[in-house]
Design a binder for this molecule. Sequence first.
Ligand code: DGJ
Length: 735
Amino acid sequence: MKNILFSCGMCALSVGAVAYAAPGDVHVLSSDKNSLVITAKQGDGQAQYQYFGPRVSEGDVTGLFDARSNYSTNTLPLFGMDSRGEKALAVEMPDGNMSIDLKIENTQRTSDDKGELLIVTYKDKYYPVTVKQFFRRYADTDVFSTWTEIANNGKKGDVRLLTFASANVPVTRGDNYLTQFHGIWAEEGSMNESPLPNGQSVISATSGLRTAFDSNPGFMISTGGKATESKGEVFGGNLLWSGNHRTKITADNHRVTVLSGINEDMSSFNLKPGQTFTTPEFIMTFSNEGKGGVSRAFHKWGRKYGMAHGDVARDILLNSWEGVYFKVNQETMDQMMGDIAALGGELFVMDDGWFGDKYPRDNDHTSLGDWMVCEKKLPQGVKGLTDATKRHGIKFGIWIEPEMVNTKSELFEKHPEWTLQNRNREITQGRGGTQAVLDLCNPKVQDYVFSITDNLLSENPEIAYIKWDCNADIMNYGSLYLPKNEQSELYIRYQQGLHSVLDRIREKYPDVVIQLCSSGGGRASYGLLPWFDEFWTSDNTDAYQRIFLQWGASHFYPAIAQASHVSASPNHQTKREIPLKFRFDVAMTGRLGMEIQPKDMTDEEKEFSKRAIAAYKQIRPVVQFGDQYRLISPYDNGSVAALMYVDEKKDHAAVFAYRMDYLKEQGVPKLRLDGVDENKNYRIKDLTPLNPKKPSKLDGKVVSGRILKNAGLDLGDSRTLGRPWSSIALELTAE
Ligand code: DGJ
């Protein structure tokens, strides 16, 4: 006879004793669409996952055990007493004992400002080590999470953490497919889907900083065959960690288990007496509405819990990088500000090249660390720039790369010991042949990194936006600050140092918009997004490739978080020539911006840009806060892609479609709009016609949701997707 502890909304309620063989008290955490069922018994060694999937009722839970269809997977497999298989926790006790033997002390049902919690507290049977394991249901979302806290309560001796995963979660074994997002510079988030093999599949990062280049920590596993965007059962997971991560997916004919956490390679951690180590949260969701369902759940969660200011509309900006690169000066900045203001933009961001006194930043070989304005380029300082933006009626933003130093800089001359390096070895240098990473394990360096942002923002309160860049990995594995027995903590201590700097910045400057850039999307993950408003999706601004890059990123990260800029043609990275309309129609699916020298644009191009920016303002709330539906994948045929956004009430939508090439048959498939309400009628507006007097033939038509969803739109004519490099952006308004 066991208790079922059910939850409804924020309350946990016991519904009494029922007869079935559940191994312990049954805890059910339910969101609108999903339920997580966990059993835990006081005195036992382990809590167990029994179910995670579509929402179940109390009767279902009884049936789960009667039908023996529960998973029974240990939530925290331990090393030492049974050393076989993958483990979530392995430690070395102060006396060298390599085993950990826990038993459940108690379980607690509670809630915090993010939702409902189940906390299982374990104690080692002999050593003074306690572990708390948390399971959270995030309020108003279908996302759940889990993580642990490991405490050394002893008085003497370190407990060395060797393996310390955040999650060990089962996924139903079936005809499973794994979708993962690998990438490198300019190819971030490349989507790969393959049948899940028996054995082990590993998603991991080792670069220390640009960990989303190696592999994004987000992944999906379908459980009943290959899922489509709208159909199929899909488990989605992601780790909220900004450093090296690792997810091992182990499968055999009966089971699939996901073990996810910090990548412990070279990273054992010494837990001192009285210290507690908290593992990062692993978030997960499940949808039987295909991959689109999983993405929409993560987007909603991301806007509410996973990023800064997820409910505040973003400004349309011009960034100076591809327009002028390092050739920054007052006059050019002023001209660019005036131009973007005239086009309807709202913010100007001055990128790299503005700083350095002894070593002016004219290229990437010098000056990182010397965050004083280069007076030769900007005689009126930052004030001259903020005054100019004020004059133009827009806001001002500025680029920094605060975690870095060039060996050719005044900072390095003064503090060579602040750089990550190995004793008795030369520093391996990165970008420009001279770039090195500052040692954020060192509290003095943390203070210095904080002071860069603090000085800029306190001296220039008009700065509304910061672009925080990071163009290096940790190559020199050594800290002159950490003592010799703590060197193995460097990867983790660096991240903890960075987080504490970011906490201080956010505490003092809660409202400033901060972009997370890392040579493009090298840090595009929820590990750092809680402190940031958006990420620079990629240095690759080729609109064709952006369709793929943004498609990949959109599996986890909402459009409001994705900076997406219109750049010049031919594109600087690929030399591809793409019409301006197409470039806008692609950039409008994220946080729209421009990255171009407007002075080089023709009057017609400027006129079009002005109209496109005005059109984006019309649909900004739908794109930035709405639900995304991916409609036709560029990965499927490479020639046509389409997606849409719709507001919660399904009254207002924006639809985007692209033609990149001729298909074998030349025709374009009908575009069925999954996101509309079948019972509403929608008026269609062509948002970005090349010639406003000749919009698409669909413009002005009123079509029912039932037709839009089931029959679809014909986009094959010459004013829509008739030719390669044609595109369309439509606004749908319910009547
Ligand atoms: C890399 C970034 O991704 C670019 O956007 C630009 O800011 C450069 N760094 C500047 O050095």
